[in-house]
Design a protein around this ligand. Structure first.
Ligand SMILES: Cc1ncc(COP(=O)(O)O)c(C=O)c1O
Length: 366
């Protein structure tokens, strides 16, 4: 008999959907929506039906070409969310040991909970720039570890894990027979440097990603998994009994977006460059926050040096109309996450409010 488990719930996603909205929203982690009107597409070009049995062939071809892999290494999914669900369910059985970073993106943990995995953690420490400590990582692996999970870039800190570190992670995991799942949804925000998906670093790597965060295309829900062909077969079987078939108009829009990715990318790059300098000016001014300057990605994850960060975040929202993500959702209650993918004037306004709130909070706490 299978023991019953409590319902798995992602309290973070419920919060993000119901309670993160504010006049100055610094809670979102992606680049703001790309306007549909700026994509060269007419309604007459879109059809309701016409997908393929396992992905729309023109889209599968583009996703494989973009990743530099064979098409039989690609599963098309509804966002990285579904990619993570399908990949984790394909890779983990109830009772399997899984080693996952802390802090991490909450739904990755919730899925493990839902499956009934035995979860252990390796720590990405704020004082070490949230880097993966290979020594600790290796000590946490056991002969029973089936899967290792990390995000690159890291959510919430946006720390980049370099290829050399990833190769070592892959080799250490391989020694105990474990696979490595890397969620790369933020990796495509590395607009100013070349990067390679971890999929290319070893046969035990599985990668999930999408067009959502880096390009402002969340609404199209174009996500994917890169994996070895035999695993891809299993993953498509899981697609069969979950969402079954994709939304064909979204597949067609994804093809248009991919064919015009340069212009979508340019707009995101310019936006993030401006917003990153605003965030870095803000961080340099506030010694009450501990945080390295932003170099990559769409978020920073400062620690409030003194006072209760949970209370501060509540006050920021109630009195200063500004939302950030409370660190509790990342198991780091003294931190909070600031997103820098919004409209520049909104980010500027939000950071101004954040400054005022920090000053007010210091006065009340001293
Ligand atoms: C690490 C990580 N993975 C996946 C997702 C979900 O991505 P998508 O919008 O592509 O479903 C998020 C969203 O915040 C995320 O932070």
């Amino acid at each position: 008999m299978i023991a019953s488990r409590p319902e798995a719930v992602s309290s973070y996603l419920a919060w993000a959907k119901l309670r993160s909205n504010a006049r100055f929203n610094l809670a979102a982690s992606g680049v703001m929506d790309y306007p549909l009107a700026e994509l060269p597409v007419r309604i007459e070009d879109i059809e309701i039906g016409g997908t393929g049995p396992y992905g729309y062939p023109p889209l599968m071809e583009r996703l494989a070409a973009k990743a530099g892999v064979a098409e039989d290494c690609v599963v098309y999914t509804l966002g990285t969310s579904m990619a993570n669900f399908v990949a984790q369910t394909a890779l983990v059985r109830p009772g399997d040991d899984v080693l996952i970073e802390r802090p991490t993106y909450d739904p990755l943990l919730t899925i493990l909970d839902h499956i009934g995995a035995r979860v252990s953690r390796f720590e990405r420490l704020a004082e070490k720039g949230f880097k993966v400590g290979l020594g600790e990582f290796e000590r946490k692996l056991t002969p029973k570890t089936r899967l290792v999970i990390l995000c690159n870039l890291h959510n919430p800190s946006s720390a980049l894990t370099d290829e050399n570190t990833l190769v070592q992670i892959g080799e250490m995991a391989a020694k105990v027979g474990a696979k490595v799942l890397v969620d790369e949804v933020y990796l495509e925000t590395l607009f100013n440097q070349s990067w390679r998906s971890a999929f290319h670093l070893g046969e035990n790597f599985i990668v999930t990603s999408s067009l959502t965060k880096a390009y402002g295309l969340s609404g199209i829900r174009c996500g994917w998994i890169l994996a070895q062909p035999e695993l891809v077969q299993r993953m498509w079987q899981i697609v069969d009994f979950t969402y079954g078939s994709p939304v064909h108009p979204a597949e067609m829009l994804a093809v248009v977006a991919l064919d015009n990715l340069d212009r979508v990318r340019d707009r995101a790059r310019v936006l993030l460059e401006s917003n990153r300098s605003l965030v870095n000016e803000f961080l340099a001014k506030h010694t009450s926050l501990v945080c390295e300057p932003s170099r990559y990605g769409t978020t920073v994850f400062p620690r409030l040096r003194m006072g209760d960060a949970g209370k501060f975040v509540g006050m920021l929202r109630d009195k200063f109309e500004t939302s950030v993500v409370p660190g509790d959702f990342f198991e780091q209650p003294q931190h909070f996450r600031i997103g820098l993918g919004g409209a520049t004037e909104m980010v500027r306004g939000g950071l101004g409010r954040l400054s005022d709130a920090l000053d007010a909070f210091q006065r009340t706490s001293s």
